[in-house]
Design a protein around this ligand. Structure first.
Ligand code: PLP
Length: 472
């Protein structure tokens, strides 16, 4: 019987394979438009091509790469395709990809200062840069969370613990949380995970622009107090997922100040635009918030995942999340920051490296130029929709996301407008040329085009519009 070979590190073999992978990546970034944006596969088709059992023996790298190209790549939705206008983009860029490779090579676990001193301090520095870029006051301190969903869950947990500490004798079941009916679903999910009872999570009505109505918020808080409940936390959104609507944060902040409620600002996508002086107003009022999240992985060219979470008082995080064990103790615990105490996970990736690479590679001015161009393209697309008979805008196009819909089906029989738009979206996405998403605004089904990639050009947006017109 032969003894199975022990895995060994062969740096020269790795070098050759890494060069091959680097070549593959460069070709992919150059040629991604040759793929259909979304594959025409059915659930189970990819799995059916893969063995059910793991290989007992070592396989050649060339065979693994061949299967990656043959089975995996054609089964992917290509988020970096110039025709991808769905959801909010999941950004990527060459410096971010390279930094991710370095992160993987370093293989560090960045839970504590002592387990990765440079990773911890680079996180402090890059989030300090981002804070300045966003025009947030010095009092805010940043930490990287994986996603905005986690950041919002962290906000709910800290708000809950603060409220229960303050109003001793209260139970979590009495706490109420507030957000708008247009908030991302991760907000209500975060509230539930933090222990808020589903029936105590209030979805505040929005106005015609899909922004939270402050008078409705005030009335709901007053009714809850009158019912003997304990209002705890408000999550306002700057740039809703559906239509990039912007809640009136200054007025909401004033309510929170008066009522002593935690204010969390979810600026996951739109917050990045505040790096433009002319768009800084987006974060007006955020200086009074207790916490805020902006996703560089949505609109700042940093690979998924990287969410910047800013808090006014890091002590609130420590109160909820600090924990230690003998194995984690270090002589630097009093002087170095241990980011494991600023969130849910113990283990942490080195995410700051890619943010650092991206900001340095493009500079603040480069990133500003990109966002400015995306907003210009968003406005341009909206102007084409407005000028086209049979189409209408479904709301103001403030940023790089445009909601619109087809309002007449031409000369054929009159169709239900929702069905007309759902059918159009299905056909557009099946074309493989573009990928858009649909949503409901005030009960109406609308199509949604969202820009945000490094490579998106006016030509790509024009092509998308032509495809939509032809599809209609
Ligand atoms: N908040 C808003 C406004 C969003 O649009 C999204 C996702 O699109 C999220 C939160 C959730 O983001 P993540 O995927 O980083 O959890």
């Amino acid at each position: 019987m032969t003894v199975p070979a022990m895995p060994r590190l062969d740096p020269e073999l790795f070098r050759r394979q890494a060069h091959q992978v680097a070549d593959w990546m460069a070709d992919y970034l150059r040629d991604v438009s040759r793929y259909p944006v979304q594959p025409s596969v059915l659930p189970g088709e990819i799995r059916a091509q893969l063995p059910e059992r793991p290989p007992a023996e070592a396989e050649e790298f060339s065979r693994i790469m061949a299967d990656f190209e043959r089975i995996i790549v054609p089964g992917m939705t290509h988020w970096g395709h110039p025709g991808f206008f769905g959801y909010f983009p999941a950004n990527t860029s060459p410096p971010s990809i390279l930094a991710e490779m370095l992160t993987a090579a370093l293989g560090a676990q960045c839970m504590s200062w002592s387990t990765s001193p440079a990773a911890t301090e680079l996180e402090q520095v890059t989030l300090g840069w981002l804070r300045r870029m966003l025009g947030l006051p010095e009092g805010f301190t940043g930490v990287i969370q994986d996603t905005a969903s986690t950041a919002t869950l962290v906000a709910f947990i800290t708000a809950r613990d603060q409220a229960l500490g303050r109003a001793s004798g209260r139970a979590v079941g009495e706490l109420t949380a507030y957000t708008s009916e247009e908030a991302n679903f991760s907000v209500t999910k975060g509230a539930r995970l933090a222990g808020f009872l589903p029936e105590r999570i209030r979805l505040i009505e929005t106005d015609a622009q899909a922004a939270m109505k402050v008078d409705a918020l005030e009335a709901t808080i007053a009714a809850d107090r009158a019912a003997g409940l304990s209002p705890c936390c408000v999550v306002s959104t700057v740039g809703t997922t559906g239509s990039t609507a912007i809640d009136p944060v200054p007025a909401i902040a004033e309510v929170c100040r008066r009522e002593k409620l935690w204010l969390h600002v979810d600026a996951a996508f739109a917050g990045s635009a505040a790096i433009l002086p002319e768009m800084r107003w987006l974060l007006d009022g955020a200086e009074a918030a207790d916490s805020l999240v902006v996703n560089p992985h949505k609109w700042l060219l940093v690979n998924f995942d990287c969410s910047a979470y800013f808090v006014r008082d890091p002590a609130t995080l420590l109160r909820s999340f600090a924990a230690s064990a003998e194995i984690l103790k270090s002589v630097y615990d009093g002087t170095g920051v241990n980011f494991r105490d600023w969130g849910i996970q113990l283990g942490r990736r080195f995410r700051a490296l890619k943010l650092w690479f991206v900001i340095r590679t493009y500079g603040v001015e480069g990133l500003q130029a990109m966002i400015r161009e995306h907003i210009r393209l968003g406005h341009l697309f909206a102007s084409w929709v407005e000028a086209e008979p049979g189409f209408e805008l479904a709301g103001p196009a403030r940023l790089a996301t445009v909601c619109f819909r087809r309002v007449s089906g031409g000369n054929g029989p009159a169709l239900d407008p929702d069905a007309l738009n759902q059918d159009l979206l299905r056909r557009l996405n099946a074309s493989g040329k573009v990928f858009l998403t649909g949503t409901r605004l005030k009960g109406r089904y609308v199509l949604r085009l969202s820009l945000g990639h490094l490579t998106t050009t006016e030509g790509n947006v024009r092509e998308a519009w032509e495809t939509i017109r032809q599809g209609a």
